[in-house]
Structure formats: structure tokens, C-alpha cells
Design a protein around this ligand. Structure first.
Ligand SMILES: [Zn+2]
Length: 298
């Protein structure tokens, strides 16, 4: 089996520059370096160096392929450059804000000649509903270009914003998998990925997946949202997700993001153990930890 990770963040120098735009006490030049020093991260450096660092990290852990997310609107060029450097290893996703309008035109470059393959929606961050007409336009563009839509539902916590003292004015109410299902049902050919099993909206994510055969659940992160469900365990989550959606629609991810931490091997180990404890067959586990990714992003 080839191990594939559907959820990793590309925290590029450009990402750090864009994210820190509102912070006054940073130098005008070398901002990414200054931000990295402030929070104890490895300076991302030029995008080629960062892409090579990720590829080496994947080699170290036996990860064949991963989805890398440009994690702030306006950083598509970074992930496109990383994919161009290692096309057999990376699939490019990017955060997109439909509330800014002009959707088809703004998506034509990243989904067109830049070859990115996943549009990432963060409704709680950008303030729109997942059954909004503008989200339908995103799905229509994804359908045109053969791309996937990644829609973050449930609780949202962005660690680097907290570290930098940036406000997180998120409205969790709009991250509803049922609203996503209303849109996803209209575009059955567009693969949809809901990270962290719905991040607290587990029941709703399962209901959405039950209604829409194109909705997939990603298993990424430590799944800290389980604290909102008394008694729930990670093996219970895997068992229930596979019971409802089938193993073909549960896709492994870690939510890895920065160096020196690198790829989150402990997250993989915990999920692999949970999938075994859930009694999933080897065939099911092979789909979850690699096969589904290869089918979605051949
Ligand atoms: Zn993430």
C-alpha cells in the first residue's frame, strides 16, 4: 500500500507575510523570517527549499503522496510551485473565499493552467453559508475543471493565529455539513472532502455523507472535537464512519503544517491503531490510508 495524506498545510514564506500583514511590530522586509523566529518555527525560506523539505520528510516517513493546502487566500502560486517541483508527490489545494465574488474568473487560473485540484472553503472564517449561491458557483467551477471541494465544518481553531495574537472572529454556525449536503447533492461528480469527520458535527457529517455519495470524510488531526461527544473514542469514530459512508469515503489525513515538527507521525500511528481496534479489514484500511487518495487524485 502507498501511504497518502489528504490534509497537510503549506506554510510558505508568502503565507506568513500575508497572515502577518496587520502586525505592526514586524520589519518591512524579512517578515516571514521574523514571524518564524517569533513562534519558534523553521524559516520556510524559498518555496523550492520548502517543497524539497516536505519531499524529504515524506521519504523519511514512507509517505508516497500528500495534498498540500495553500492556507491563506492569495498564496496559490506557492503551492503551484511546490507541485511543479514534485508533481508525483504533491496535490495542490488552496483556500478560497467565495464571499469576495467574481468566482469563476478567480478560480480559472488556479484550477486551470496552475493545475491545482482542491478548492478549500472555510465558511466560519469568511462568513458565508455552504448552501449559498456563491458556493454553488465554486462547485460549478470545480465540476468544470475536475477539481474537488474541501469544506471545513464544525469547530475551527487556527493555532498560528493564536500564537501571533491575531483575532479569530469565526462563526461556527455556518460550518454545517447539512448545508454542504444541500449544495453537494447538486454536483454529484464533484468529490467533496469534510475534514476531521465534521469537527464536532460528526452526526451531521454522517447524515450528509449518507445523502451524498460524493461526500468524503477526512480523518485528519488529533480529532480533539471528540471531547464534545461524551464517551466517543477514535476507534468508535472510524467504525461508525465506515458503517455509514463505507471505507471508500474515509480518507486519511494528519493536518501536518510546520517545521521543525514536520509530518505528524503520531497522528498516523493513533489512527492506524484505531482503525485496527475498530475491526476494519486490511482491505478497508488500505483504502483509507492510501487507496482512496489515489482514486480521487490519480
Ligand atoms: Zn487543517
Amino acid at each position: 500500500m502507498r501511504l497518502c495524506d489528504v490534509h497537510c498545510h503549506l506554510f510558505s514564506s508568502r503565507f506568513l507575510e500575508l497572515l502577518s500583514e496587520g502586525i505592526a511590530d514586524l520589519p518591512v522586509t524579512g517578515r516571514a523570517t521574523a514571524v518564524s523566529q517569533r513562534i519558534g518555527w523553521t524559516d520556510p525560506g524559498p518555496i523550492e527549499a520548502l517543497a524539497d523539505r516536505w519531499a524529504a520528510e515524506m521519504d523519511r516517513h514512507g509517505v508516497a503522496r500528500m495534498a498540500l493546502i495553500a492556507s491563506i487566500a492569495g498564496d496559490e502560486d506557492s503551492v503551484a510551485a511546490a507541485v511543479e517541483r514534485h508533481p508525483s508527490r504533491f496535490v495542490g489545494f488552496f483556500v478560497f473565499n467565495p464571499a469576495q465574488g467574481n468566482i469563476a474568473a478567480r478560480l480559472s487560473r488556479p484550477l486551470g493552467h496552475q493545475g491545482l485540484r482542491g478548492v478549500c472553503l472555510f465558511p466560519a472564517m469568511h462568513g458565508y453559508r455552504l448552501d449559498d449561491e456563491r458556493v454553488r458557483e465554486v462547485f460549478a467551477a470545480a465540476a468544470t475543471h475536475g477539481a474537488a471541494v474541501f469544506a471545513h465544518c464544525g469547530v475551527l481553531s487556527v493555532g498560528i493565529r493564536k500564537k501571533l495574537g491575531l483575532p479569530s472572529l469565526f462563526d461556527m454556525r455556518v460550518g454545517d455539513p447539512l448545508a454542504l449536503a444541500a449544495t453537494a447533492a447538486r454536483f454529484p461528480d464533484v468529490p467533496v472532502i469534510v475534514p476531521h469527520f465534521g469537527a464536532g458535527f460528526f452526526r451531521e457529517a454522517l447524515m450528509a455523507a449518507d445523502q451524498c455519495p460524493n461526500i468524503h470524510l477526512d480523518s485528519s488531526s488529533s480529532n480533539g472535537w471528540m471531547k464534545f461527544h461524551p464517551g466517543l473514542t477514535l476507534d468508535g469514530v472510524f467504525r461508525q464512519a465506515v458503517a455509514v459512508a463505507g471505507a471508500s469515503r474515509v480518507v486519511f489525513g494528519t493536518d501536518s503544517s510546520f517545521f521543525p515538527r514536520g509530518w505528524q507521525q503520531p497522528v498516523y500511528a493513533a489512527q492506524e491503531a484505531a482503525a485496527r481496534d475498530a475491526g476494519l479489514s486490511e482491505e478497508d484500511r488500505m483504502q483509507i490510508f492510501g487507496g482512496n487518495f489515489e482514486r480521487l487524485f490519480p
